[in-house]
Design a protein around this ligand. Structure first.
Ligand code: E4P
Length: 214
């Protein structure tokens, strides 16, 4: 499973990339707003750090305007993926961008029917938001299972990005189900690595090594 960082924070991206486990990044208007920086200069810096696809979300609401915005971002780098919301205007945008060979990540996916329609329109990626479904007492991972099954049934090449990841279990479940990608906050990345028994084991080894040195 590929791992994307779900952040526009340059320090988090640099650190994650240095760990050697990051394949790409996803941003959204809320993540961009947190950084208090000019949008385009920030995206350009993100693209310089990340060695793979970077999702950049359009903010217009009509298909025509979204396509114009998308073309502008796509010119910046071949790694730009245009994030488009799943609605009727969004589907038109996905079809147009797919014909122009511009990659898309269809976002705010909350049902498997939305994921199937996005794929049919030519989406490169779809992003089911598992955490936000869990937040309203649903089962986000069940949605991922459905999408994986449907895409397998029809050999659909659209890749599934498990998004709105809240904790390490979401990440493990995404990998067990066979999702292509999990996009995770930086805080989850460190939680995936830490284990108290690893820390305890290291402490014991180092203490015993001190005895050998004496
Ligand atoms: C994914 O592409 C989104 O940016 C993100 O995962 C949304 O997560 P949230 O529900 O924690 O805001």
């Amino acid at each position: 499973m590929k791992i994307f960082l779900d952040t526009a924070n340059l320090e988090e991206l640099k650190t994650g990339v240095a760990y050697g486990v990051i394949d790409g990044a996803t941003t959204n208007p809320s993540l961009i707003a947190k950084e208090n920086r000019g949008f385009l200069p920030l995206i350009k810096e993100v693209l310089e750090i990340v060695p793979g696809p970077v999702s950049v979300e359009v903010t217009a609401t009509s298909a025509g305007e979204m396509v114009e915005e998308a073309k502008k971002y796509a010119e910046i780098s071949k790694n730009v993926v245009i994030k488009v919301p799943i609605n009727l205007e969004g589907l038109k945008v996905v079809k147009t961008l797919s014909d122009l060979e511009i990659k898309t990540n269809v976002t705010l996916i909350f049902s498997s029917s939305q994921a199937l329609l996005a794929a049919k329109a030519g989406a490169t990626y779809v992003s089911p938001f598992v955490g936000r479904i869990d937040d309203i007492s649903g089962d986000g991972m069940e949605l991922v299972e459905q999408i994986v099954r449907i895409y397998e049934n029809y050999s659909i090449p659209t890749e599934i990005i498990v998004a709105s990841v809240r904790h390490p279990l979401h990440f493990v479940q995404a990998a067990m189900i066979g999702a292509d990608i999990a996009t995770i906050p930086f805080s989850t990345l460190t939680k995936l690595l830490n284990h108290p028994l690893t820390d305890k084991g290291m402490e014991t080894f180092l203490k015993d090594w001190e005895k050998v040195k004496k």
